[in-house]
Design a protein around this ligand. Sequence first.
Ligand SMILES: NC(=O)c1ccc[n+]([C@@H]2O[C@H](COP(=O)([O-])OP(=O)(O)OC[C@H]3O[C@@H](n4cnc5c(N)ncnc54)[C@H](O)[C@@H]3O)[C@@H](O)[C@H]2O)c1
Ligand SMILES: CC(=O)N[C@H]1[C@@H](OP(=O)(O)OP(=O)(O)OC[C@H]2O[C@@H](n3ccc(=O)[nH]c3=O)[C@H](O)[C@@H]2O)O[C@H](CO)[C@H](O)[C@@H]1O
Length: 365
Amino acid sequence: MNGFLKTKAVLVTGGAGFIGSHTVVELLQENETVVVIDNLSNAASDANNLPPAISRIKSIVTSSQAKNLHFIKGGYGDKSMLDKVFKKYNIQAVIHFGGFKAVGESKQLPLMYYRNNVAETLNLIKAMNEHNVKNMIFSSSATVYSEGPPEDLPLVEESPLGNCTCPYASTKLFIENILRDVTMSDDGWKVMALRYFNPVGAHKSGKIGEDPKGIPNNLMPYIAQVAVGRRKHLNVFGNDYPTIDGTGVRDYVHVVDVAKGHTAALHALDAMKSGFRAYNLGSGRGTSVLEMVQIFSEVSGVEIKTQIKERRPGDVAIFYCDPARAWNELGWKTEKTVHDMCADLWTFQQNNPNGYVSAEYNGKT
Ligand SMILES: NC(=O)c1ccc[n+]([C@@H]2O[C@H](COP(=O)([O-])OP(=O)(O)OC[C@H]3O[C@@H](n4cnc5c(N)ncnc54)[C@H](O)[C@@H]3O)[C@@H](O)[C@H]2O)c1
Ligand SMILES: CC(=O)N[C@H]1[C@@H](OP(=O)(O)OP(=O)(O)OC[C@H]2O[C@@H](n3ccc(=O)[nH]c3=O)[C@H](O)[C@@H]2O)O[C@H](CO)[C@H](O)[C@@H]1O
């Protein structure tokens, strides 16, 4: 290789997090060079102030692929740091996972959410513009859709947006709109917004997975912590919804399938001329809370105790998508089942009963 030429690289913000780390594995396995920027605000760090997720990723891929991974601790809105990164690496595209994502917290601390998610993203876009890097894949969310009647399901990309139920959801919609406007102002820009439904599970190796701080807000990490003995029982939020068994129905999607959605999008972005395009990343199938509990119990062999509670404010009865656009245009569809999601989550939880930074780590790296 000509030593003066910089190898092409993908910049991944939030790459030490749950979905980012799984995507970095897929990118490295496609022999991409990957530069991760993460300030570790929601990712565990070890005694050396480095994220265990990064060393675990390196242990999953081959040693030559591991050499293509570069980690920088910092904020994705830090303009002077970004200038250095864009000068040092030949960045071709940015996959922007970084951001805060807790619905309840965003209601308590809206300004923190608008600053970190929206304002810092403006800095990132500015730096990309200045360094002529105009390809982005953005982590959007199913929460950008407006809640409508059940007849409107499944959700397609043209379903009504807005009426966001929390500041977190608003930040996702604002960023989508900002990115759309940017592509309209400059046809050098190409952006894909991937609207994830309910990403769950873990890498099959059991080395990387979701590591929520404190009490999990979401269903699957909570179930896994009940199974491993960290929590006594699962609170089931409502059993009087108009669903198969009265509990909420969601479109769960394996995190490795979500990660593969990004490599598919990266290839499609290459072929795209310009503009903005949104895609649903979901399975197109709904599963209820009690069905998930049942499947997790079967897979783990552990009984999950449940208690029925009041509905959680802001929850909808049923939410699932039509993923046809992603299939038709990205050649992507889910490959893994809800059993796979539960089995892989259980392997990760057993290996890491207290998360990444734990004296009790049982896995082999
Ligand atoms: N997990 C889900 O269920 C879900 C669903 C829909 C959308 N999303 C979106 O997907 C993205 C990734 O989600 P995740 O579940 O992997 O979350 P995560 O919290 O595990 O990962 C996000 C990462 O971003 C980092 N980060 C936050 N602010 C930063 C900043 N200013 N600079 C640098 N790094 C920063 C955090 O430290 C973390 O490692 C998020 O944008 C989230 O909103 C997630
Ligand atoms: C209100 C809320 O937080 N929404 C977020 C949550 O969507 P969801 O509410 O779709 O995901 P979730 O995992 O929090 O809940 C899924 C289903 O499980 C139910 N449930 C959940 C936890 C629990 O302890 N007991 C229980 O019964 C819940 O009522 C719902 O019917 O996660 C998504 C990502 O996956 C998005 O980030 C959403 O913005």
